[in-house]
Design a protein around this ligand. Structure first.
Ligand SMILES: Cc1ncc(COP(=O)(O)O)c(C=O)c1O
Length: 373
């Protein structure tokens, strides 16, 4: 068998030295404070705020809960226009808030929601647009904002993949009303499990903080039907030790991305998914598209063949969310309206990307990818 004797996964979480993490654990033990905005939480909030230049930030126990709270904080209801080319959580959050997702097709190049197709989906019930910066590729944020302003809509971004991404020189969370980051271990920066909301309006802070803590204002007042979205001290402590590792990891991943791009250029039927020049990469994923008729093998065949060589690629994002049984009966889920999303879902494949992969590992991965065809 060509390939690897040990499994190569699509990503590998950053682990700080155990002794480093233990330093923060000792502080937690001394403080006797495990949750509810403890010292680690306070420090991580400040550290992240300056790291990603966030005007306002609230930390959460995971990205999904953060997005749930974002929707609640803006009092959204009715219908929200969103992309089917995403992770289940983006859409489920709308369903859990009793909102009907309205699926809009994606731009064939960026793979993010296509602004040219948004306006025709707006009805009297529409309250917001929920875009996803998929693989850290920025949505068409200016056009989306223009549409939102014209129709009095709010804009939320699922920025789960876009930690540190910038667009036209601005931090990605400068766009829209609220952006959500996921700090799941599959993400470049993580807190074990965790997430955050970043938002420009400081007046949202109070409401978001109440919502993530059961709506509690003080011992005797509960103001809102909130939920438990709080990040705990063990998570925050992990994040504080992972954050200093992020820049080096991004450098290593950038080199790997460049090597993959070089080795795959001019390969018939393979197209590397790239960012627009005006954006900087989060280095969250390395994604290619496989055109079966030109490459000689379908994406699914390549996925299976690579698995046989112990290389575990991921079909992010197949199936489309609009094809899940819980959404497929919605009018916006109809086959004809989502052509680009459908095509992308059949072609995309994320290849392994993490700093510990050597250049000979990358060469082997590409050899396996190409030689089977
Ligand atoms: C695009 C996207 N949105 C939302 C989520 C959910 O985030 P979390 O796992 O932190 O709840 C993920 C993945 O984890 C994701 O990839």
């Amino acid at each position: 068998m060509t390939g690897f004797t040990i499994p190569i996964m699509v990503t590998r979480p950053l682990f700080p030295e155990l002794s480093e993490y233990s330093e923060n654990l000792e502080d937690i033990w001394a403080s006797k404070w495990l949750s509810n905005g403890g010292i680690q939480h306070q420090k991580l909030e400040q550290e992240l705020k300056s790291y990603i230049h966030a005007p306002n930030i609230s930390l959460f126990n995971n990205g999904t809960m953060a997005l749930m709270t974002a929707v609640q904080s803006l009092r959204l209801q009715g219908e929200v226009i969103t992309t089917p080319f995403t992770f289940p959580a983006t859409t489920h959050v709308l369903a859990w808030n009793n909102i009907t997702p309205v699926f809009c097709d994606i731009d064939p190049v960026r793979l993010t929601i296509d602004p040219k197709k948004i306006e025709r989906l707006i009805t009297a019930k529409t309250t917001a647009i929920l875009g996803v910066h998929v693989y850290g590729i920025p949505c068409h944020v200016e056009e989306i904002q223009r549409i939102a302003d014209r129709h009095g809509l709010r804009v939320i971004y699922d920025a789960a993949h876009a930690f540190t991404t910038t667009y036209n020189g601005n931090p990605i969370a400068d766009f829209g009303d609220i952006s959500m980051f996921s700090f799941h271990p599959t993400k470049l920066f993580h807190t074990g499990e965790g997430g955050a909301l970043v938002y420009s309006d400081p007046n949202l802070k109070e409401r978001i903080e109440y919502l993530k803590n059961f709506g509690i204002k003080n011992e005797e007042e509960v103001l809102l039907p909130g939920i438990n979205g709080k990040m705990g001290e063990l998570q925050a402590a992990m994040g504080r030790k992972v954050l200093p590792l992020v820049a080096k990891e991004q450098q290593a991943r950038k080199k790997i991305r460049e090597q993959y791009t070089h080795l795959l250029q001019n390969t018939k039927g393979i197209q590397v998914v790239t960012l627009p020049d005006s954006a900087t990469a989060s280095e969250q994923y390395f994604c290619i598209r496989i055109c079966a008729s030109e490459f000689g093998e379908s994406r699914d065949q390549v996925h299976e063949r690579m698995r046989a060589s112990n290389i575990f690629t991921r079909k992010y994002f197949y199936p489309l969310v609009s094809d899940y049984p819980c959404y497929s009966a919605l009018p916006s889920a109809s086959r004809d309206s989502l052509c680009q999303s459908r095509k992308a879902a059949m072609e995309v494949l994320c290849l392994p990307l993490y700093g510990l992969l050597s250049s000979s590992d990358i060469q082997t991965i590409v050899n396996v990818l190409k030689n089977g065809a």
